[in-house]
Write a protein that binds this ligand. Sequence first.
Ligand SMILES: NC(=O)c1ccc[n+]([C@@H]2O[C@H](COP(=O)([O-])OP(=O)(O)OC[C@H]3O[C@@H](n4cnc5c(N)ncnc54)[C@H](O)[C@@H]3O)[C@@H](O)[C@H]2O)c1
Length: 320
Amino acid sequence: MEKKILITGVAGFIGSNLALYLAHGGRSEESREHFEVIGIDNLSYGLRDNVPPQVNFHELDIRSEEIFDLFHGVDTVFHLAAKNCISDCQLDPVETADVNVTGTVNVFEAARRAKIRKIVYAESSALYEGSRLFPTPEEENKPESFYAVSKLSSRSFAQAYRRYYGMTFTALRYFCVYGPVQDYRRTIPPVMSAFIIKLLKGEPPIIYGTGTKRRDFVYVDDVTEFHLKCLIDPRTDNKTFNLGSGTNHSVLEIYEIISALLGKRIEPLLRPDLPGEAEATLADISEARKLGWAPKTDLKSGLLKAIEYIKGEMEKGRIP
Ligand SMILES: NC(=O)c1ccc[n+]([C@@H]2O[C@H](COP(=O)([O-])OP(=O)(O)OC[C@H]3O[C@@H](n4cnc5c(N)ncnc54)[C@H](O)[C@@H]3O)[C@@H](O)[C@H]2O)c1
């Protein structure tokens, strides 16, 4: 049977990987289904080229009423569009709220009117910014930055839509997802992409702060695998899941691993700490594990794939 799936943020990192996965019928043994994928993105961060050709793509803003018609007949919505760079969000709290809260409510409303079976939406490990409990379980809500507060607000709206309209949700708290298609074009790119690009170009990588901050990194295919569970496993309904690896690495450790994989060593430049960044993240992934999910990709294999992707982008002349 063909299921109609709608993805917001489809031109972005996680959305395009998910779209590719669904376009190929899902790579998991659990799925033999075919999916029709509708994608929405305003291309504010994502690239049109990231969207697989099988996707029925619409260049639209999630805050627009024009998205409403696209929800008819859809089985499940993956709502991934967001303004999501913490430092950008710190500089513009108004736009952060507009996209991440108003935009999210518009998506929920479109789904309500179209009587969508289920919405899977992105929260973030940023909700644990103020927590000192490691590994962090899903009950722990301590957002601090404007980005994290916007994600908590979308959670509150999801709960109100559940309370008043009986809608079904799965909330996904991604930790640091990495891998091919991760956005490297931001002013301050994600740490792994930034190190790979600088080392490949023969320039010194930049470390903000002392490099001792620790992050839980999870490979994008492992996250995508969990998305499929959300489509077919009713135990994911109305629950929140941490999606991380359950281990963490310091920024300096990541630098050392990438430097060894590339066989290049250039002394990093230290710059002042970025605002709003937590000291550490570490996921308690026992809830996701109970459903039979586990991260399968080890850091080195994942990084090799990320390196391969960035080398390909450089060969295409996309990275100046
Ligand atoms: N990547 C991670 O490590 C991570 C960690 C925690 C949470 N998340 C969350 O997961 C989701 C996906 O993250 P990602 O890494 O793929 O981000 P991304 O920036 O690569 O993708 C987000 C996409 O949303 C689009 N978008 C932004 N504003 C929009 C708007 N108003 N209307 C339509 N489209 C809009 C962007 O153009 C982009 O293509 C986001 O909600 C993010 O907050 C990601």
